[in-house]
Design a protein around this ligand. Sequence first.
Ligand SMILES: [Zn+2]
Ligand SMILES: [Zn+2]
Length: 638
Amino acid sequence: MAEIEIILPDGTKQKRSAGITVKEFIESWKTELIGSTVAAKLNNIPMDLSHPIEGSVSLTPIDITSKEGLVILRHSISHVMAQAVQDIFKGVQISIGPATEEGFYYDFDYAETFTPDDLEKIEARMREIIAADYPFIREELSRIDAIGLFQGKGENYKVELLKDLPEDVRIVSLYHQGGYVDLCRGPHIPSTGMIRAFKLLSLAGAYWRGDERNRMLQRIYGTGFATEAALADYLYMIEEAKKRDHRKLGRELDLFQMSDEAGPGLVIFHPKGTMLRMIIENWERKEHLKRGYDMVMGPQILKVDLWKKSGHFDHYRENMYFTQVEEQAYGIKPMNCLSHMLIYKSKIRSYRDLPLRYFELGTVHRHEKTGVLHGLMRVRQFTQDDAHILCMPEQLNDEITAIADFVGYAMKIFGFEYEVELSTRPVNSIGSDADWEMATTALENALKYKHMAYEVNEGDGAFYGPKIDFKLKDALKRKWQCATIQCDFTLPERFDLSYFGMDGERHRPVMLHRVILGAIERFMGVLIEHYAGAFPVWLSPVQAVLLTVTDNHIPYGEKVYGMLCDAGIRAERDFRNEKLGYKIREAQMQKTPYMLVIGDREVESKCVSPRQRDGKNIGAIGVDEFIELIRDKCSQYK
Ligand SMILES: [Zn+2]
Ligand SMILES: [Zn+2]
């Protein structure tokens, strides 16, 4: 037999006889990998373990816990589910069943509607199929024969798929397991016994081929993981995410509304939501002033000519709104940059003036498609904590480093971990190669200088320059875009910005666009879900609620309320004539950090008895002491 060379991931080579299967090779190379290997990449193409290797190739095993491994596992589970469905429900036609980002689905055509009880029956049958450990067997046959086979089984959807394949496809592959057969490219796990953890999650309707003129099929969603523990973690995460949904909590805590009357993607902040937002915005102002930023404000609409000059009209027009005032066309700003550049241009600048850092809590409008709008996370009007830094090229490194420090500080204050990504030049971009090179190097150098670990996203930069993105991680380990630093050599050029250097000559400044928390609306959505609505004391819109036992206690309650307000504590009164237990339950639902019950004892001894939202009682203390306690909780954020 001919000898072939197998190149391993570490670059080493091993010799074997041609025709050895992937599985046989792995067994002879690292037998311990067999139990956790679902398939392998041969010259970068994923193949079954049963595939015979005929010529020299590079080989990379695909582990069941890897991203690719999970896709193969989940797709295999979808076949097992389809087999179970066909075993239980006679006359079911199968259509397609791919893996998804977090699991898999399969679409079925069946006369009766599946119920949640059916899911349990299907799961039980799937467990039998898994226990039987049927191998996944690949078969290649001509398209004509495959059409005949599926016609014989009455699988009309498969027949349609086969007929619609491009002309030149003559051979197709099928996968069999335990009497079930599916049209499939593969690869699959070696046998059903490799499935250790799966769950069917939900039912939905889905049009055949996503076209509403076609028949509505029944979709069953499920997911699978390499281990029971990983599945349990995932199920906990989705339950927890439902409980923490900021749209639900936003209603329950009376923070904001999104109203059909007002329009999609537009947020109306209620008093408590506005307070939360003000706390964040005040923190922003204070922190920016500390770091040498100047506060500025620009208009909501600017003449279209200016958007043409900046390049937004050519590159960003589909996301912008336009309006007409006295025959003049205006663009509603989707970004805050332009006013800031006009401020720079209002004077002759010298190197001594630089860097200039303009900060604006800038409200912008962007036309997002209705389908992508999602609560506070994706909206059409939002406010960014936006700044533009104009500096000399030699100041770039210090400025970028300072911003990275600022982001680190902000993440610590709000209680998040984060990751860093560097995005490079996209296809649709403006500016010279040299400028892109210089800007990308400046960002990269600052990250290296800060010893920050980062990932590179090739081609994911803005159209005017490369960027660093900071992705925060919430309590459920989900990642959200927050800060970004974008380096821009183009706008200063287009607007002919300049400064006089030490040499008395005119030079071009560099511009950094940057946000720290990003869109305040989205950041609030993330905060709500991260803290499940139980904000830390410094962020709570209401820090303490006073609860009277009877109307006799109202005068003292009013007095305490006055003292708290004078001290700048955000307090609320619940002096209604309701049962105390009811008032406590309501305050707990509102996740207010402290409840102050005002009864006989408090009136007599001129004290308060704070009760924490977790149910712990602090015991009777003076009002001054309580004020100190709250101040203490907030001191590190001042
Ligand atoms: Zn398949
Ligand atoms: Zn900008």
